[in-house]
Design a protein around this ligand. Structure first.
Ligand SMILES: O=C(O)[C@H]1O[C@H](OP(=O)(O)OP(=O)(O)OC[C@H]2O[C@@H](n3ccc(=O)[nH]c3=O)[C@H](O)[C@@H]2O)[C@H](O)[C@@H](O)[C@H]1O
Length: 413
């Protein structure tokens, strides 16, 4: 008996070879558009472009959703794979805010540490977009996709001494990148409120201690400090012209687990463990060099409080509708300690005697002393640092030993 005609037609169209071909083609197209499709950025061909596509948009949107629909901020965190950025992103997500991270994963220091932090964030439910704050198209795309209520801007070229080696990286990130971000924020609808990382280094050669927000900041001693000071002036302009609500936070030498390997507490730990010498700088006439070392958990609390107390920006469509909030706060520990004391705490925690070399501080942009007056932050943000250097370093050392324990895989750089 003849088979019905439709079965022949079926066989003709769906022979095993053709079926495999079409299946392969559809899967490739799906994979390409969902995971790999990226948009090119003509604005700067040097920027690595790793964003765009339906899958990427889906991840951005999912990450931006607050846990509960009622309330909950929607925050873009720049520098999310950085030291402070990771801790702040995780804390925001833990309490239920929607968080989208952004980071260019540059190689200023060991990028695998940044990848490790980003993996932590993925597990916490935060998607970190790989891209640069200088990429206007990317920022435009993100602001079109998500109505961010806040931007926590922590992406920056950090480090005081590196500014002598690579000055332009400070200009690119801390000035050009900041302006590019503010341009995107000013045109966004709604305009987000911005909280951003300034630095204790803006006090520069200021001699009055403890440093208060009212003290002079017109004598930066490093290019890093000068770019952060420029950021504060730029913030003033965007607040004044466009009604952006902006809060600058002057961080004082932040340290802790998942910290930055270019900072003293981190590479001194590495050197002590490897029985290599540590250089302790001293000022003229053997003056002690000291810092108001501030533990990361205290900084995170300050960042979240600044975000929670930020008023809305007043502009829309790039136009100011009324005066907007402009603030700056010190976030320090109120309790400076000498670098020598830091070394003696590390020696005890690591149970290794350090090979100390004391030498005059080179003319590298470092200042002798920092000490925060945090009474403004205490009054307005309820900021109250609670971790002393001994306790904070203990937590850092515990993390360090654990993270670098399988030293075959990771090596501190
Ligand atoms: O608060 C800030 O705004 C800045 O804090 C941090 O800068 P600093 O306070 O300079 O911290 P860090 O490098 O750990 O040096 C600590 C001390 O060790 C001394 N120092 C340095 C090197 C050395 O070999 N020996 C030494 O004694 C050195 O003279 C200094 O006194 C951030 O890096 C910076 O990005 C910014 O956020």
């Amino acid at each position: 008996m003849d088979k019905p005609i439709y079965i022949h037609r079926f066989r003709y169209h769906f022979s095993p070879a053709k079926l495999s071909f079409w299946a392969f083609l559809s899967l490739s197209l799906f994979y390409f558009f969902f995971f790999h499709h990226s948009t090119s950025s003509p604005s700067d061909s040097s920027l690595r472009v790793l964003w765009g596509g339906a899958g990427w948009e889906y991840r951005v949107l999912r990450s931006s959703r607050p846990r509960s629909r009622a309330g909950g901020h929607i925050v873009l965190v720049t520098g999310a794979a950085g030291f402070v950025g990771t801790h702040v992103s995780a804390a925001l997500r833990r309490r239920g805010d929607g968080v989208v991270g952004l980071d260019n994963f540059n190689d200023y220091y060991d990028a695998s540490l940044k990848r490790g932090r980003a993996s932590l964030l993925v597990r916490a439910g935060v998607f970190v977009v790989e891209g640069d704050i200088n990429d206007s198209l990317l920022l435009e795309k993100l602001f079109n996709l998500v109505k961010f209520s806040h931007v926590m801007h922590l992406a920056a070229q950090a480090g005081v001494r590196y500014a002598m080696k690579n000055p332009m990286s400070y200009v690119n990130s801390n000035i050009a990148g900041f302006v590019n971000l503010l341009e995107a924020c000013k045109t966004a609808n709604p305009q987000p409120a911005i909280i951003w990382a300034s630095s204790s280094s803006v006090y520069g050669l200021n001699k009055k201690i403890p440093f208060s927000e009212k003290d002079r900041t017109d004598q930066p001693s490093s290019l890093y400090a000068a770019t952060k000071k420029a950021g504060e002036e730029i913030a003033h302009t965007y607040n004044h012209i466009y009604g952006l609500s902006i809060t600058g936070l002057r961080f004082f030498t932040v340290y802790g687990p998942w910290g930055r390997p270019d900072m003293v507490y981190f590479f001194f730990t590495k050197n002590i463990l490897k029985r290599k010498p540590v250089m302790i700088f001293e000022g003229p006439s053997h003056a002690t060099v000291a810092r108001d070392f501030t533990y990361i958990d205290d900084i995170v609390k300050g960042c979240l409080a600044a975000l929670d107390t930020a008023k809305k920006s007043t502009g829309s469509g790039g136009k100011k509708k009324g005066a907007a909030q402009l603030r700056v706060f010190n976030l320090g520990n109120k309790s400076p300690e000498s670098v020598g004391k830091l070394v003696s705490i590390l020696e005890k925690l690591l149970k290794v005697k350090a090979k100390k070399i004391v030498l005059p501080m080179p003319a590298n942009g470092d200042v002798l002393f920092t000490h925060a007056n945090v009474s403004l932050a205490q009054r307005e943000l309820g900021y109250k640092p609670t971790t002393n250097l001994q306790t904070g370093l203990k937590k850092f050392v515990r993390w360090y030993l654990d993270y670098y324990s399988d030293s075959g895989k990771k090596s501190a750089v």
